[in-house]
Design a protein around this ligand. Sequence first.
Ligand SMILES: C[S@@+](CC[C@H](N)C(=O)[O-])C[C@H]1O[C@@H](n2cnc3c(N)ncnc32)[C@H](O)[C@@H]1O
Length: 250
Amino acid sequence: MSSPSLYADLSHYYDLLCSNIDYHEQCDFVLRANSLWGNGGKQYLDLACGSGMLLAHFSDAGFSCNGLDISQDMLDMAADRCPSANLICLDMSEIDLHNSMDLISCFLYSIHYCSSVAALQKTFKNIYAALAPGGVFCFDAVDKDCIANDDGHYHYLTLPNHNQLRFQTRWHYSGEGDDLDLHIDIRETAGESQRHYQEKHSMTAVNIINIRQMLENEGFEVQILEHDFARLREWQGENGNVVFCAVKAA
Ligand SMILES: C[S@@+](CC[C@H](N)C(=O)[O-])C[C@H]1O[C@@H](n2cnc3c(N)ncnc32)[C@H](O)[C@@H]1O
């Protein structure tokens, strides 16, 4: 399967696109959730690890790090950032590990890259099998029924060579079915000239209650939290962005 350009020949833009994300805060959030619900073990796997931002923070926090991604270009960046990590190039629905991971994460809505609802269910099954007893799976997700189909988010940067970058990311959901599109628009302006890239990533639409049910079907105990990495707060049932902490029985 070929990766979207942002994760292949345009992967040099990836860290710039994510430069406004506080991975340190995200790591702290997962560590706090893990200390509440986890088994205390140190084997960590980041699914769809991208360029290894979270891997580097978990390595600093004393975890033995494993990263999985479908794109070798992204894994090459992860290898530079976190040389001690064990990296696997694979579709996340195909993970085949048994009782060996204590903590598994999948962030920046990457779980929606599972190619269908059936692939998502298979991924949850394989993650359950991969976790040691008492292990935790932490990931974020967006509810298809809360997609605004608006302009999404803009992120502007000036590069050291004075080129101007504008990133736009937006969701689109038709209101029916399981297809969710992520539109990414990258413009780099250098004086009078401009490079412009547009791509559409095909993702899987689900809602929060269905995800909880799918996780419970595999045997997980599920906590749903507000998507606020500054604090751990139980989901109040209104926001369409959440973090799941799914715990395998000890
Ligand atoms: C939005 S990036 C997130 C990367 C990282 N989690 C982060 O927070 O920076 C999505 C990543 O998912 C990877 N990906 C897409 N589909 C995948 C799949 N089916 N299995 C594993 N990785 C996948 C892409 O190659 C990309 O690195």
